[in-house]
Design a protein around this ligand. Structure first.
Ligand SMILES: NC(=O)c1ccc[n+]([C@@H]2O[C@H](COP(=O)([O-])OP(=O)(O)OC[C@H]3O[C@@H](n4cnc5c(N)ncnc54)[C@H](OP(=O)(O)O)[C@@H]3O)[C@@H](O)[C@H]2O)c1
Length: 175
């Protein structure tokens, strides 16, 4: 059964995007190679992204590294949106409901991860009890403002348990 994993590169002050969705800071912090990302990629069977992330600033835009995992991910992608495009790309499904999108992504992922991309969608997943794991890559930069890793005003406390000593910011959501 597929698990839902939210992964992101986060600034030390807790943001995954700068003001206005700015992602220009990310490229210099991606790390090449990034051993954790390289370990994760073969274990990802589907991506579930919010529409802001899908349409957002890719630090590698216009290069052959554009797209998830520096352009190395080529599997199914599910995008949550209330505004599906009239002419969607062949390998991307646009869905308008969280439960339907999670179910479809899990089916597509098989026994691998559904990699959740986007803080808004990740917060909904955690509040709905659907998120299994969180993996954070820390970037040594302060963005000051922007999109926070988790923004859940009034949200319930969620306990996280470390999964692997080798990867200090890879956690299981305690249930
Ligand atoms: N640092 C990193 O590693 C990293 C990784 C990924 C993304 N990012 C950046 O982080 C930011 C993430 O943005 P975000 O968290 O504000 O947004 P997001 O989660 O990427 O997308 C939110 C959007 O998804 C759609 N949506 C969400 N839930 C839905 C639902 N239940 N039903 C239907 N549609 C739904 C809505 O779009 P519609 O208006 O179309 O309905 C909503 O505005 C972006 O700037 C992205 O570039 C950073």
């Amino acid at each position: 059964m597929a698990k839902l994993l939210y992964s992101a590169t986060m600034s030390l002050d807790g943001h995954i995007a700068g003001p206005g969705g700015d992602m220009s800071w990310l490229a210099e912090h991606l790390g090449d190679p990034n051993p954790t990302a390289e370990r994760l990629l073969p274990r990802v069977g589907a991506i579930l992204a919010g529409n802001v992330t899908y349409g957002g600033g890719d630090p590698n835009e216009g290069t052959d590294e554009e797209g998830a995992f520096g352009g190395q991910y080529h599997g199914p992608t599910f995008v949550l949106t209330h505004r599906p495009p009239a002419d969607p790309p062949a390998d991307v499904a646009f869905l308008g409901d969280l439960a339907t999108a999670v179910a479809a992504a899990k089916t597509a992922a098989g026994d691998r991860y559904v990699n959740v991309l986007g803080a808004n969608v990740a917060a909904q997943c955690i509040d709905a009890g659907l998120l299994d794991e969180v993996l954070v890559f820390l970037a040594p930069v302060l963005l000051g403002d922007g999109t926070r890793l988790f923004d859940r005003p009034g949200g319930a406390r969620v306990r996280l348990e470390p999964i692997d000593d080798e990867y200090p910011h890879w956690y299981r959501v305690a249930r």
